[in-house]
Design a protein around this ligand. Structure first.
Ligand code: PLP
Length: 393
């Protein structure tokens, strides 16, 4: 018997465990202190009423023999895929319902998509990076190369034609940096991918936070249908982190190595995935209804305003950051050349505010720090006041 030895190559994921430990230790030693958490990547506001109603109605249908449903279609019910296609249409992108596959979230699909690609492919990720792209490819034993992000490129790495990659993970708006690609920048990646016969795996889990004139989908870029697969999620868009629903788009004509990628992924899903529950798919479809779109906007605006409050404070302090505008994440440079964990300790001890050290997202995260806008408004205002007092004083 042998275990998959590639797991030995994973770096222990101590980031959130270490944060929790330091916060718990501090709270134990200082039980009277009110700690505010701006490190969380999870939403805090409830589901929209129209979404909850749809979920209940779906559950009630399962309770009656005449309307009962068993296994859903592997690719998701047609009514949800039509709703997603309509959503794409609302920002001018044409994808058809039969290019959309409903999933239980973007993490599963981003992590599992590697099943359809050979293990000898070279994988390119940006640094800093959402760890799922790295860890899932380490598990598969693939070689990973890094495109460097830094202040110099505003944390938006661009392709280098002298370096070959077969699989490219892009995340825009980005976790953790909040930086978002322009259409012209994405076009350069698309051109690179076509030239190198590569596939872009495009994660736009945060597209609903875009406020400026930036691409909501890679399929708004010419040529993307020849080289890209897109992953999206209702987790942050509509508060589905606990409900679980996302979608993946694979153009029907996309082929590599003589194989159709939609068909290959469908085959994979049909083997290892039995679909998303009917009430959740009803809830997902309700997100894309007119009423649903209006209702989810209220929560999105709440988070966006939190992000503005944090970003404005950093502007006042003259601290460099990316994100905050088209993203729930604010990625800031630690003041006075501090290291990520030193800044974490300073904020925890002196301001009783918790964030996420950038070093946990890759070597280029050292010296940077992530704050999120998913918290409570009053607490965000209070945290920002404490940070300003600490850093301006
Ligand atoms: N992709 C990115 C970039 C994320 O930050 C997250 C969640 O934090 C996900 C995907 C996971 O999304 P889901 O909840 O749909 O699995």
């Amino acid at each position: 018997m042998q275990i998959n030895k590639n797991f030995d190559n994973l770096v222990p994921n101590y980031l959130f465990a270490e944060i929790a430990k330091r916060v718990t230790d501090y709270q134990k030693a200082n039980p009277d202190k009110d700690i505010i958490r701006l490190g969380i990547g999870d939403v805090t506001l409830p589901l929209a009423p129209v979404v909850v109603e749809a979920m209940k109605k779906g559950a009630e249908e399962l309770a009656r023999k005449e309307t009962f449903k068993g296994y859903p279609d592997y690719e998701g019910y047609g009514f949800v895929r039509e709703a997603v296609a309509g959503y794409y249409q609302s920002f001018g992108v044409n994808v058809s319902a039969d290019e959309i596959l409903i999933s239980d979230g973007a993490k599963s699909d981003c992590g599992n998509i590697g099943d359809i690609f050979g293990t000898d492919n070279v994988v390119l990720v940006t640094d800093p990076v959402y760890p799922v792209y790295v860890d899932s490819n380490i598990m598969a034993g693939r070689k990973i190369i890094y495109a460097e992000c830094s202040k110099e490129n505003a944390f938006l790495a661009m392709p280098d034609d002298s370096v070959h990659a077969d699989i490219i993970y892009l995340c825009s708006p980005n976790n953790p940096t909040g930086a978002a690609y322009t259409a012209a920048q994405l076009k350069q990646w698309v051109d690179y991918a076509i030239k190198h016969d590569a596939v872009i795996l495009y994660d736009c889990a945060y597209e609903a936070f875009i406020t400026e004139d930036l691409p909501r989908s890679i399929f708004s870029v010419e040529g993307a249908r020849q080289c890209a697969i897109e992953f999206c999620s209702l987790s942050k868009t509509a508060g589905f982190t606990g409900t679980r629903c996302g979608y993946t788009v694979i153009p029907k004509e996309l082929e590599r190595d003589g194989h159709n990628l939609y068909k290959t992924w469908y085959r994979r899903q049909a083997t290892k995935f039995n679909g998303v529950s009917y009430p959740v798919q009803c809830a997902a479809a309700a997100v894309f209804s007119e009423e649903g779109q209006e209702q989810i906007k209220i929560n999105l605006e709440y988070y966006k305003e939190n992000a503005r409050i944090i970003a404005n404070a950093l502007d006042e302090l003259g601290i460099y950051y990316t994100g905050g505008k088209n993203s729930p994440y604010i990625w800031l440079e630690c003041p006075n050349g501090m290291k990520s964990w030193d800044f974490f300790d300073l904020l925890l001890n002196e301001a009783n505010v918790v964030g996420t050290p950038g070093a946990g997202f890759g070597k280029n995260g050292e010296g940077f720090f992530r704050l999120t806008s998913f918290g409570d408004r009053d607490k965000t205002i209070e945290a920002v006041a404490r940070i300003k007092k600490l850093l301006a004083g």
